[in-house]
Design a protein. Structure first.
Length: 74
């Protein structure tokens, strides 16, 4: 999921930069835009992953019937 977000952000930034410059970007300009896109999306993606992990942690603390039913789903 995170890779898709980073790739889409990189494509968006590359298109915007190319339109802004009015020419095809050089290799270093493309590298800079892709690196900036990954850096821009990194923090929100990490927080999203952490939220998902925190939400699923209580499932592993369940006991009894609930504990037997929910871990296969996690």
């Amino acid at each position: 999921d995170g890779a898709v977000v980073i790739v889409e952000n990189a494509i968006r930034r590359l298109a915007h930069a190319q339109q802004h410059h009015g020419r095809i970007l050089t290799r270093s300009e493309r590298f800079h835009e892709v690196f900036a896109a990954a850096k821009e999306a990194r923090r929100p993606l990490i927080f999203g992953q952490l939220i998902i992990m925190v939400v699923y942690l209580p499932i592993f603390a369940l006991t009894g019937v609930e504990g037997k039913m929910f871990p296969p789903l996690a």
